[in-house]
Design a protein around this ligand. Structure first.
Ligand code: GSH
Length: 206
């Protein structure tokens, strides 16, 4: 069985968990508390020298880092994988867009707003800068989604899951979905996909 090492509330970890739920891939969850630095524990670094989560340990004992690489691996051969070579290229393009124009800004602004709110005030000017940069990516995304229902091929694929991971919680980073109506409508379409689970619906035992 695959094991997903994840931290609670992370959009990157959520992507991997969501696809395993939607494709009914048997898996175990192993919680890593990044606030306690468990991702840098020697026993974890032995498995994943990058010291980050999500980390997927496959049933064959191979390790994968990078949430979007996990989506690619887990979706191959399924209905969530792009159908043509051009769609594969578009998917990679949007995955890189997500990791360079959205996630690096939405994720830390959200982190210091809702996960570690005690540092929100101290980080205020940095948060404002992340919000400004995230807004540029959100505008581009909104324009793309204004003319289609899903990211590629007009159907739900891993391109949607990759973008959705952090974009659907962009309000927690201080962005206003009212400014991005096509994104808001697409979020509803993704939430209506079979097997969808809320990001906070799986959590470590108390
Ligand atoms: N690009 C990576 C990002 C991985 C990442 O930075 N994960 C965060 C949690 S969302 C983490 O492990 N932070 C703790 C650390 O870097 O020490 C992905 O998409 O999986």
């Amino acid at each position: 069985m695959d094991t997903l090492f994840a931290t609670f509330g992370s959009g990157n970890c959520f992507k991997a968990h969501l696809i395993m739920e939607q494709l009914s891939i048997p898996h175990e969850l192993h919680w890593i508390d990044v606030l306690k630095g468990e991702q840098k524990a020697p026993s974890f670094l032995e498995l994943n020298p990058n010291g980050t989560v999500p980390f997927l340990l496959t049933s064959e004992g191979k390790g994968i880092t990078e949430s979007n690489a996990m989506l690619w691996y887990l979706a191959k051969g399924s209905a969530l994988f792009p159908e043509t070579g051009m769609s594969e290229a578009e998917t990679i393009q949007w995955m890189i867009f997500e990791q360079t124009k959205l996630e690096p800004f939405i994720s830390p602004a959200r982190f210091f707003s809702v996960i570690l709110p005690q540092r929100k005030e101290e980080m205020a000017s940095q948060i404002a800068e992340w919000q400004e940069r995230a807004a540029i990516g959100m505008e581009r995304l909104n324009a793309h989604l204004s003319t289609r229902s899903f990211m590629i091929e007009n159907r739900y694929t891993i391109a949607d899951i990759a973008i959705f991971g952090y974009v659907h919680v962009a309000d927690e980073a201080g962005l206003d979905f009212g400014c991005y109506p096509a994104v808001g409508q697409w979020i509803e379409r993704v939430e209506n996909q079979s097997g969808y689970q809320h990001i906070l619906s799986y959590k470590p035992a108390a």
